[in-house]
Write a protein that binds this ligand. Structure first.
Ligand code: UTP
Ligand code: MN
Length: 481
């Protein structure tokens, strides 16, 4: 039974009767408060002449919440698509009880505020955003990735990059988009992206994406390009010849597979399975030991997705070099010999260095670099992995094949190589775009060139490069753009 003294009279419940404070529009958040307590407090406030809005809209000026977790409350609020959120007071229950006691809306004090949260604008550049591996908008970004890939298969670079950019923006949000209004202030989301999001918000899925996923050409190209050494061009060629499956390819006598593709098919089961962090660490130990047999002062750094803190990857990427400039020249060759002698080298494509500082900045200051590198498939024993191999098949295999990339820059290029190979690909694309568009500088895996000063800017650490670019430093685990 409710306390009859505290229950406001029926007349004062009606919204605009007896309103004393026209400028203050309160909304009580039901989250954490519960509906019955909310109903009671609503009646109480209205009986004292307050306007209490039943729904959270842009008309609200004072939001009252009993939520103690400020960050999750803000995450939720940002997903509501309110334009006026930056102007609203987000208050704890103390403001409400103070106001009830005084019989008027009390002035907002710091102790009434639930976290002072600045609604920072989201940059169009991934290198000005922090993106961890936690993705709050996976339902949208997965859909965008399918669309981007489909455009890639059709050689439509523009829309492909547009969807990759849109996905990257959503990945950086610490909150989940709950309505289209919440995307209004976000960059890189075009009409098409928004239409896809609207479908997903309304139906939980996108029909356009489903159509692509069931498309024969998409499915076949997706399958073919999942083979190590097969890119969209080769995939397309095979598709146009009427081939639809691996057995079609392997049974076709006129098809010549290169060495990489042969290994790709041979180890398909293993290398299409994700590599775990423990497996990456085990490989790090193996390579660390091997490289130190060659030179005691060798430098080995884990890079790629695992450096960004990912739990799983499609390969493991390392940088190997020496502190003495020029001594890195034969490092990869010796390292490959060493792995071969250990009997763990299943495949190796070694590209010798074509790096020449005097030819920089090259016309295409771009993704491909000129450092010595090798693309490997290594044999990893179950016994070498803490906790054992990831996802080991039934029948207890004692080893698996893993893809490993090694790149060997000269030490004075180390910071650029590390930054370039840490990724993500989208982060790298935007670093270069930012350098070019905002700073008149050219950045790639080798160097940073200032077009205004017409000179190269030296760097020994990644922080130096960010500083040259006038960018706030972004940690590797915040580069999962
Ligand atoms: P990966 O393709 O290995 O991606 O390239 P990843 O982020 O580690 O993710 P996984 O492996 O799929 O889990 C790593 C980084 O190395 C750069 C890419 O731009 C990417 O940022 N890279 C790769 C180069 O700069 N040059 C290359 O030849 C290959
Ligand atoms: Mn990788």
């Amino acid at each position: 039974m409710s306390d009859p003294v505290l229950l406001p009279s029926k007349a004062s419940i009606s919204r605009h009767e007896g309103v004393k404070f026209e400028d203050v529009r309160v909304h009580l958040l039901e989250r954490k408060m519960g509906s019955s307590r909310r109903r009671f407090l609503t009646h109480l406030a209205r009986s004292k002449g307050f306007i209490v809005e039943d729904t959270l809209s842009d008309a609200v000026t004072h939001v009252v919440s009993e939520e103690s977790q400020a960050s999750s409350l803000w995450k939720w609020l940002k997903g509501c698509g309110l334009k006026n959120l930056p102007m609203m007071h987000i208050l704890n229950i103390i403001w409400f009880t103070d106001s009830m006691r005084e019989g008027r809306p009390v002035a907002v004090e710091t102790r009434h505020l639930i976290q002072v949260c600045v609604l920072a604008t989201v940059s169009q550049y991934a290198c000005q955003r922090q993106t961890t591996t936690e993705n709050n908008n996976k339902i949208f970004t997965d859909a965008f990735e399918v669309l981007a890939e489909s455009y890639e298969f059709n050689e439509m670079e523009g829309p492909c990059l547009a969807f990759r950019r849109a996905a990257s923006v959503l990945k950086s949000l610490p909150w989940a988009v709950q309505c289209l209004g919440a995307t209004e202030d976000l960059p890189c989301l075009g009409e098409h992206s928004k239409a896809v999001m609207e479908e997903i918000l309304q139906y939980g899925r996108s029909f356009e994406v489903e159509k692509i996923l069931s498309d024969e050409r998409y499915q076949t190209l997706k399958l073919f390009t999942s083979v190590f050494g097969v890119g969209p061009k080769t995939g397309e060629k095979w598709y146009r010849r009427g081939l639809r499956s691996f057995s079609d390819i392997l049974a076709e006598p006129s098809i010549h597979l290169n060495r990489m593709q042969q290994s790709g098919f041979l180890h398909y089961g293993d290398i299409s399975r994700a590599v775990s962090k423990a497996e990456a660490q085990a490989l790090g130990n193996i390579i660390d030991e091997a490289v130190h047999v060659i030179t005691t002062d060798a430098i080995l750094a884990l890079t790629g997705g695992f450096r960004r803190g990912k739990e799983f990857g499609h390969d493991v990427d390392f940088i190997v070099t020496t502190p003495e400039l020029g001594k890195e020249g034969h490092l990869l060759t010796s390292l490959i010999d060493q792995l071969e002698q250990q009997g763990i080298l299943l495949f190796c494509e070694h590209q010798t260095s074509t790096f020449d500082m005097s030819k920089l900045p090259s016309h295409r200051f771009e993704a491909m670099d000129h450092f010595a590198k090798c693309f490997l498939i290594l044999r990893l024993e179950n016994s070498q992995v803490v906790g054992g191999l990831h996802d080991a098949e039934e029948g207890g295999r004692s080893w698996r094949a893993v893809r490993v990339d090694l790149v060997s820059p000269p030490i004075d290029r180390y910071a650029f190589a590390l930054l370039g190979w840490t990724g993500s690909r989208q982060f790298e694309r935007d670093l270069r775009r930012f350098a070019r568009m905002e700073r008149r500088m050219l950045l790639d895996n080798h160097a940073l060139f200032d077009k205004t000063k017409k000179e190269f800017l030296a760097a020994t650490t990644e922080k130096d490069i960010f500083a040259h670019l006038g960018l706030e430093y972004i940690e590797p685990w915040q580069r999962n753009a």
